[in-house]
Design a protein around this ligand. Structure first.
Ligand code: ADP
Ligand code: MG
Length: 696
C-alpha cells in the first residue's frame, strides 16, 4: 500500500513538482507571478506549459481543461485533447503557453445577468497561477478565472482574488503601525467544514424530488428524529466508514488536507473538515471536495446530498466558513499573541471586524443567501438570519474594560491594554456558542451561515472587502500618530469609540431563542429572513461604495449579480413547484385514490352482508377529505406558477415565488404528509423518511 505522504498531492502540479520539473529561472518567474500577480511572459509560459504537459501525460492525462466557477453555482470545464497532427499521419502531444494561459469557451450560455449580450462580446478564461493545476479522470485541470472581453467578471473567483489583493494591500499598511515592517503580504485563510447527507441510491432514485431538486418536497416526519442525539459523533457504520476512507484517499491525492470526519447531529448526516489554507485555494478545494464527495458516494451505492435542507424537521447542512488572515512572516492576525503590542494589534483588528460586521451585516447575510439556505437560516438548528457576533465571556470582558476605561481582572492579574499581555483565551470547543452566525473560536472567526452547497467565494469576497474597508479607515486615523508617544492612547480612543457605536452586534446568548429576535430588533439589527428580503440590499449605496472602492465590482457587475441570484431563486422554486405538481398528480394522488377505492369497495361489500367497519369508514372519510384538499392545492399551485411566469421584473417575480408559490407549496406538503400518515406503507408510492434516513 502506498503511504499517505506518497499518496498526498500525487495528482497535483504543486510546489515540489514545479521545483523539480521547471528550470530554475522559469520557476522563479512563476513564483513571482504567483506571489505578486505579475504577468507571465509568453516564453516562460511555453516552458511551464510543456513541463505541465509532460507531467500530466505521465499521470495518464490525454486532455486539458480550463476549470472555472461561473455564476451557475457549479464548476465548469470543457476538455481539449493535447493531440496535434504530426508528420506522415502521426499524432503529437502538444500544449502551448498560450493554451495554458487563456481559453475561450463559448460563454453565451452562462448566466451573466445581462452583462454580456450573447451576440456581442464573448467571455474568456485565464489561468489563475495562484492555484495549482491537477490531473483528474484523464484530464489536466487548470484553475481559471472567467471574465468577459470587456473585463467584467462572470465568475466567483475573480472577485475573490481582487478582494484578497485589496485586503493584503490595506493590511500591510495597517500592520506597519504596529511595527511589522517586514510584512509584505497578508492572505485571508479559510477552512470550510463541509456537512452532507448520505442516503441509499435505490431510495434516492425512487424520489423524483430528490433527483430533480436535491431535497424532499414531501415526507411526513419519522417517529424518531434526532431526539436522542445519538448520531452526533457516533461510531461509523461500516458502509459509511468505507465511504469516508475512500473519500479521504481521493481528496489527499488531489492535495486536499482532509483532516476530520464524523457523524453529524441528524440521522444520515456527516461532516468533513480540511486543514485551512488560503481563501483562493480553499475555495477551489471545497468545490473539488464537493464533486469528489458526490462521485465517491456513487461507487458505494450511495448518494451524497449537499442540499441545505434535504429533509424537513431534520437538521440541515451548512458549511462553517472558518476565516482568518495570515502574514507572510507567519502571524495569524486573529491570534491574540503573547506580547502587549501583539495584543493591541489583535484587539484593533477585532474591533475593525466588529465595526465591519455591524455596518455591513446586510452584505454578510446576503453572502449566504440562496433558495436552499432559506430553509435553514432561522430554523431550529441553524444560526438565525440575524447577523451577530459571538466573542465569548472573557474577550467580551476585555472589550468592556476598554470601553469603560476600566481594568480587566483575571484571577491571576489585572490586565491593562497595551501594558500587559492578554491572558490566554479558552479555545476549548465546550465554550463555543453554536447558535451564533459569526463566532470567535480562539484564533479565527467561524461564519456559520454559509449553506452546504454554496461556493464559499462570495462570503469570503465580501468578508475580505469589509475588513479591508475598516482596516483602511483605522489606518487613516492612526497613521498620523504612528511615531508619537501617545500612539497607544490614540488606539485606545479609537477602540473605545468603535465599541460604543457597534457593541450592539455582539451577542453571546442563545441565537435560536425567540427573545433574541425581539432583542435584535430593539438594537436595530437588520433581520432579513429570506433571499428575496436581503438580496436587493446588495446594491445599496454604502455597499456599492466599498465594492467599487476596492475594485471588486462596478455598478453593472453588482446589479448583474443581484439579478442572477434573484433569477436563480425563482428558477429553483419553479422547478420545485413543478416537481411537486408532477409527483402529486402522477404518484401521490393516484395512490391515495386507489387506496380510497379499495376502502370504499370493502365498505360496500361488508355492508351488503350486514357488517359495518367503523375503522374503514372513518379512514375513508378522512382520506376523501384530504384528497379533495390535495387536489385543490395542486390546481392552485399550478396557477400560481403560471402567474409567476408572467412577471417580468426580476425582484417582483422572486417575491411572488416567495410569497405565493412557496406558501402554496407548504400547504400542499402538509396535506400530502397527512395523507401519508393515513396510508398503508404498501400503498405509498415513494420511500418514506424512515426508509431513507435510517437505512444506510
Ligand atoms: P469545529 O467543528 O470544532 O469548529 P473543526 O476541527 O471541525 O472544528 O474545524 C475547524 C476548521 O477551522 C478546520 O477546517 C481548520 O483548519 C480551520 N481553521 C483553523 N485555523 C484557521 C485559520 N487560522 N484560518 C482559517 N481556518 C482555520
Ligand atoms: Mg465542526
Amino acid at each position: 500500500m502506498t503511504s499517505i505522504p506518497e499518496l498526498f498531492g500525487c495528482s497535483v502540479f504543486n510546489e515540489t513538482v514545479m521545483k523539480n520539473k521547471l528550470p530554475k529561472n522559469v520557476y522563479k518567474d512563476l513564483r513571482r507571478t504567483m506571489e505578486k500577480g505579475e504577468p507571465l511572459d509568453i516564453t516562460t509560459a511555453d516552458v511551464v506549459a510543456n513541463a505541465i504537459k509532460d507531467w500530466a501525460l505521465e499521470h495518464g492525462a490525454t486532455h486539458y481543461t480550463h476549470w472555472f466557477q461561473p455564476m451557475t453555482g457549479s464548476t465548469a470545464e470543457k476538455h481539449d485533447s493535447f493531440i496535434a497532427p504530426g508528420p506522415n499521419g502521426t499524432a503529437l502531444m502538444e500544449f502551448s503557453g498560450k493554451a495554458l494561459i487563456k481559453g475561450e469557451p463559448d460563454a453565451s450560455s452562462f448566466p451573466s445577468g445581462g452583462l454580456r449580450q450573447t451576440s456581442s462580446a464573448r467571455g474568456y478564461t485565464a489561468w489563475d497561477p495562484t492555484s495549482y493545476c491537477f490531473v483528474k479522470e484523464g484530464s489536466l485541470y487548470i484553475p481559471t478565472v472567467f471574465v468577459s472581453y470587456t473585463g467584467e467578471t462572470l465568475d466567483k473567483k475573480t472577485p475573490l482574488l481582487r478582494s484578497m489583493d485589496a485586503l493584503s494591500k490595506v493590511a500591510v499598511r495597517f500592520l506597519k503601525l504596529f511595527g511589522n515592517e517586514n510584512v509584505t503580504r497578508v492572505t485571508s485563510t479559510v477552512g470550510a467544514e463541509q456537512e452532507y447527507f448520505l442516503i441509499d441510491k435505490n431510495k434516492f432514485d425512487r424520489r423524483e424530488d430528490l433527483v430533480l431538486t436535491g431535497r424532499t418536497l414531501f415526507g411526513a416526519k419519522p417517529p424518531k428524529g434526532q431526539d436522542l442525539d445519538d448520531q452526533y459523533f457516533a461510531n461509523l457504520k461500516p458502509r459509511i466508514a468505507a465511504y469516508m476512507a475512500e473519500l479521504d484517499e481521493e481528496l489527499w491525492k488531489l492535495g486536499i488536507y482532509s483532516k476530520t470526519k464524523h457523524n453529524e447531529v441528524a440521522p444520515a448526516q456527516h461532516e468533513m473538515a480540511p486543514i485551512f489554507t488560503t481563501s483562493n485555494l480553499g475555495t477551489d478545494q471545497n468545490e473539488l471536495a464537493m464533486e469528489i464527495m458526490e462521485k465517491v458516494a456513487l461507487r458505494h451505492g450511495l448518494v451524497c446530498l449537499l442540499h441545505e435542507k434535504p429533509f424537513e424537521g431534520v437538521n440541515g447542512s451548512g458549511k462553517h466558513n472558518n476565516w482568518s488572515m495570515s502574514t507572510n512572516d507567519g502571524q495569524n492576525l486573529l491570534d491574540p499573541g503573547d506580547t502587549p503590542m501583539e495584543n493591541l494589534q489583535f484587539l484593533t483588528i477585532l474591533c475593525a471586524l466588529i465595526k465591519g460586521v455591524d455596518e455591513y451585516a446586510d452584505l454578510m447575510r446576503l453572502s449566504a443567501a440562496s433558495a436552499g439556505n432559506d430553509h435553514r437560516l432561522g430554523a431550529d438548528e441553524a444560526p438565525p438570519a440575524i447577523i451577530s457576533m459571538f466573542l465569548g465571556e472573557e474577550l467580551d470582558a476585555v472589550l468592556k474594560a476598554i470601553e469603560e476605561d476600566g481594568v480587566y481582572k483575571t484571577k491571576a492579574k489585572n490586565f491593562e491594554i497595551g501594558v500587559n499581555a492578554l491572558p490566554s483565551f479558552p479555545k476549548d470547543s465546550t465554550d463555543r456558542n453554536r447558535t451564533s452566525p459569526f463566532a470567535f473560536t480562539g484564533n479565527r472567526f467561524e461564519f456559520r451561515m454559509v449553506g452546504s452547497s454554496d461556493n464559499i467565494a462570495c462570503p469570503n469576497t465580501l468578508l475580505n472587502t469589509i475588513v479591508a474597508e475598516e482596516l483602511s479607515q483605522f489606518t487613516e486615523i492612526l497613521e498620523p500618530h504612528k511615531d508619537e508617544p501617545h500612539f497607544e492612547d490614540e488606539v485606545k480612543n479609537l477602540l473605545k469609540d468603535v465599541l460604543k457605536k457597534h457593541r450592539r452586534i455582539i451577542f453571546n446568548g442563545d441565537g435560536y431563542s425567540p427573545e433574541w429576535v425581539k432583542e435584535a430588533e430593539r438594537r436595530g439589527l437588520p433581520n432579513y429572513p429570506s433571499t428575496v428580503d436581503c438580496m436587493p440590499h446588495y446594491t445599496d449605496e454604502k455597499n456599492l461604495r466599498i465594492l467599487r472602492k476596492f475594485g471588486i465590482y462596478n455598478r453593472e457587475e453588482l446589479t448583474a449579480r443581484t439579478e442572477i441570484h434573484l433569477e436563480k431563486y425563482s428558477k429553483t422554486r419553479r422547478i420545485e413547484a413543478r416537481t411537486m405538481v408532477e409527483m402529486a398528480r402522477k404518484q401521490l394522488l393516484p395512490a391515495s385514490l386507489d387506496y380510497l377505492d379499495k376502502l370504499c369497495t370493502a365498505i360496500a361489500c361488508k355492508k351488503s352482508v350486514g357488517i359495518i367497519s367503523k375503522a374503514e369508514e372513518q379512514i375513508a372519510a378522512k382520506l376523501n377529505d384530504l384528497c379533495d384538499r390535495f387536489y385543490e392545492s395542486i390546481e392552485r399551485l399550478e396557477k400560481q406558477v403560471a402567474s409567476a411566469s408572467e412577471i417580468d421584473d426580476v425582484l417582483k417575480q422572486a417575491e411572488f415565488y416567495h410569497d405565493y408559490v412557496l406558501a402554496e407549496m407548504d400547504i400542499m406538503r402538509s396535506i400530502a404528509d397527512e395523507i401519508e400518515l393515513n396510508m398503508p406503507l404498501s400503498y405509498w408510492p415513494i420511500p418514506t423518511y424512515s426508509e431513507i434516513i435510517y437505512n444506510v
